[in-house]
Design a protein around this ligand. Sequence first.
Ligand code: C2E
Ligand code: CA
Ligand code: CA
Length: 436
Amino acid sequence: MIKTDMKDILTGLDRYEVFLEKLEKEIENVGDDRIVIIYTDIKHFKYINDTYGYKVGDSLLRDFVNEFMKQEAVILCAARVYSDNFVTAGRLPGNGLSNEEFRDLIYQLNLEREMKFREKYLNSRLQFCTGISVIDKNSRSLDAETAVSNANLARKVAKEMEEDCCVLFDQSMMEGIRREVEITSSIPKALSQREFQVYFQPKIDTDTLALIGAEALVRWQKTDGTFVYPDEFIPLIERSGQIVEVDYYVYREVFRFLAERLREGKRVVPVSVNVSRVHLNRMHILEYVKGLMEEFQVPCSLVEFELTESIYLENTERALELIKGLHKMGFKISMDDFGSGYSSLNLLSKLPIDIIKLDRVFLKEGEMQENDRIIISCVVDMAKRLKITSLCEGVETLEQCNYLKEVGCQMQQGFYFSRPIPQEVFEKLLEEDAEG
Ligand code: C2E
Ligand code: CA
Ligand code: CA
């Protein structure tokens, strides 16, 4: 007699623990075959529950299981891990389909199932996301749980993709995760031990070529001397939310730097800092900046905030609140990376933008293309009419510098003038520039 507590009540599939036991045995007996573990979840399933109620949601899950059992002839065992997450294991003969062909097959099945389900449940967004891991005689030492978690990892990768919703696990995914954990777990120490430094990249006045400002860019040098570059760690700590702390660290360093120079009667120029989109979820940035102003007594005219245009599209209401808040306090606002994404020109007239920073995509390597020239000159022209200052990023050659002068782009920033440099070097530059 089958004990009912070994089954999932809703779907009649094995409970997950039972599934793992069965899978363990299958792996032991893999022989010359391969065991495939297929982990699937239903994207936008919550929408079904929310719109049609749990009864319909439950019936969809049961339907899904029926489809599964019907079509995957190779199935050995199956379980519902939780909610709308299912795992099945099957056996493939050693000389049968290749792993990639098997993936393609499941991909096709998913597409067919999606069509059926979208019709029945009136949800055009319903999508099945699948990750597959494969065990053969060389990897049979892997335990069942790890094999499932590999498939689950591939499923997560699949879920992040727009189109291709079926992904084969490979070891490089583990490397990515390992690196992500390594980075995010070392952030608290990096903050407390001051491993982050603020570098400054000069901004140049197009007419006079004088140094008239800088962008603060974070650098991370670990105690063992190795550098971790922003392009690698910033996306990861945006995902974990830790970018908020790192941004605050940078803001504090910039305020401290400016306050010190002012106190010593030395020359200062406005410094801009970057605002990650993650601040929109927290919204204590205004409070934090207010605190810095009180603590350091730096005039607002010396600090600018750079926000990318994508931030407005993500959460327009909050972005507006943030920008207006900073603007009200007296800070200048730059629209960063203008032209790199969906440029929404009407934002320029809606928001209190002081500066637009043309993305370096306009200045591709090699000679400047006619089309890019036209676009740059139009953007600069439009900005001028809207009384917005334009700055072009990524200037690497004299030709580019001269062209920007021709079209009247007021400010420039790029390797042609200087890379981002440590504070001491930037300070020297400030003195020299004042003398020259
Ligand atoms: P971004 O805000 O667009 O910063 C400009 C990036 O372009 C910098 O890269 C800079 O080194 C690079 N760059 C400047 N001139 C040139 C040039 O002529 N040619 C080329 N090829 N590159 C040039 P970096 O410092 O690696 O920073 C990358 C991105 O990381 C930044 O892009 C920004 O989005 C982010 N980031 C850096 N520091 C911070 C920070 O403190 N907070 C936040 N939220 N983001 C930061
Ligand atoms: Ca920037
Ligand atoms: Ca930029």
